[in-house]
Design a protein around this ligand. Structure first.
Ligand SMILES: [Zn+2]
Length: 428
């Protein structure tokens, strides 16, 4: 019998199984059929010499824009961007139009994703109906329809009473509540971080306290309700310190960091560069170092992109009115590899933050490469240097701060459920 696909002679890194060795991985019927030394015949072989072979990446923070804003992104283009970045599981945020606040829209999303067929799609459903922040959604029904967590991302759950109710309800069923941590009465009108850059540029800022104060409140409510609470795109030193302290007290508090928050600082917006405008904003060097330390000591268990595609028209209109957000799926891995080069994390620790760690938080049977597992695999060259050209992104949108920058590390092949869904074109 010939197996479907053989990935030969790569460096297999599977953090969940504590594996880091040169080995073959073979795949049959959509599943990992074995790892080690393969001696049979395969229908197709990938030579992975010099490459890293790891579980397909899981991005737990993606804005796919479908339904409702398909000119920015849709499931097809977002999936192509994902697999080009080695991502095989996409968790999509609920701030679409209509938003993901009822089971019917989740069913439509699942059908659309099945037709595209490149990634596993795991919706994160809304906490509040219409993302209005007042009335809770039917969380159990949404979980039954496939929601893996709950968030009003794009907006904070700003109302303390609603947050308490959401956490109480989530706590009874073990659901994860994800907060876009921003106190709107402190950040209203702000475009970038509040500090010397905003002062010098004369652009209204968003203080770090806008993030820190709502996390302080939420941690109190997490203690009250014994719920599982997750801070999205953590960006300040104060936030990292609070999450660390809460974890030390045994609270079920977790956090994710986006690559831009540990790779870039507020100075990136000098010159009114709207492709460096996002929420939360790029912060100071001290904040960036605190996020890196949080990643190093495990306070921040997950790296996620906050992939937020926007059309040029929404970005090229002055820093103050430009939309918040950047695309990230195609740059997550190369940008994050800086943490390995700077000896903050081992390669295995880094991969864990994009595979098994988010899988555990979201209760997904994924992020691992053991025999019998669904064969989601990423094959990448950790050393290849290349120049990012925003016009060659698979995403429909071009809003990246890394245009023209040298990236180190490049995805060569991506396999979703045993199917080769991406191979880097030759000579690119
Ligand atoms: Zn957000």
């Amino acid at each position: 019998m010939k197996i479907d696909l053989l990935i030969q002679h790569g460096r297999l890194i599977d953090p969940a199984s504590a594996v880091d060795e040169i080995a073959d991985v073979w795949i049959h019927d959509g599943r990992i059929a074995g790892t080690g030394c393969f001696s049979g015949k395969a229908k197709r072989t990938i030579d992975a010499r010099g490459m890293i072979v790891c579980p397909g990446l899981i991005d737990m923070h993606v804005h796919l824009r479908e339904p409702g804003q398909e000119w920015k992104e849709d499931i097809a283009s977002g999936s192509k961007a994902a697999v080009a970045g080695g991502v095989t599981r996409v968790c999509c945020m609920p701030n679409t139009q209509p938003c993901l606040d009822h089971a019917g829209v989740l069913a439509q999303l699942a059908a659309r994703n099945q037709a595209v067929g490149l990634v596993h799609l795991h919706p994160i459903a809304a906490v509040s109906k219409g993302l209005k922040g007042t009335e809770l959604t039917e969380m159990r029904e949404l979980a039954a329809a496939g929601a893996v967590a709950f968030s009003d991302d794009g907006k904070p759950i700003w109302h303390a009473g609603v947050m308490r109710k959401a956490l109480e309800y989530a706590s009874s069923f073990g659901f994860l509540v994800i907060q876009h941590a921003e106190e709107p009465t402190l950040t209203a009108g702000g475009a970038i971080n509040e500090g010397w850059v905003s002062t010098q540029m004369g652009v209204p800022g968003m203080p770090a306290e806008g993030e820190d104060s709502i996390i302080a409140r939420d941690i109190m409510l997490t203690r009250l309700t014994d719920a599982r609470y997750h801070v999205a795109h953590i960006s300040t030193a104060g936030a990292v310190a609070q999450v660390r302290a809460a974890q030390q007290q045994g609270l079920k508090v977790s956090a994710e960091a986006a690559p831009h928050h540990f790779a870039l600082t507020e100075e990136e917006v000098l010159g009114y560069r709207s492709d460096a405008k996002m929420s939360p904003p790029l912060r100071t060097e001290a904040d960036r170092q605190a996020v890196i330390e949080g990643l190093r000591d495990g306070t921040i268990a997950v790296i996620a992109t906050d992939h937020a595609p926007h059309h040029e028209d929404d970005k090229r209109c002055g820093l103050e009115c430009a939309a918040f957000g950047i695309v990230g799926l195609e740059t997550m891995l190369p940008v994050s590899l800086m943490l390995v080069r700077e000896k903050v994390l081992s390669l295995s620790e880094l991969i864990a933050k994009m595979t098994v760690n988010p899988a555990r938080l979201l209760n997904l049977a994924a992020g691992r490469l053991a025999k019998g597992d669904i064969a989601d695999v990423c094959v990448f060259d950790p050393d290849e240097q290349w120049t990012l050209d925003r016009n060659r992104l698979y995403s429909k949108s071009r809003n990246t701060p890394w245009h023209g920058k040298t990236m180190q590390g490049r995805v060569r092949h991506t396999i979703t459920a045993g199917k080769l869904v991406f191979s880097l074109p030759e000579a690119s």
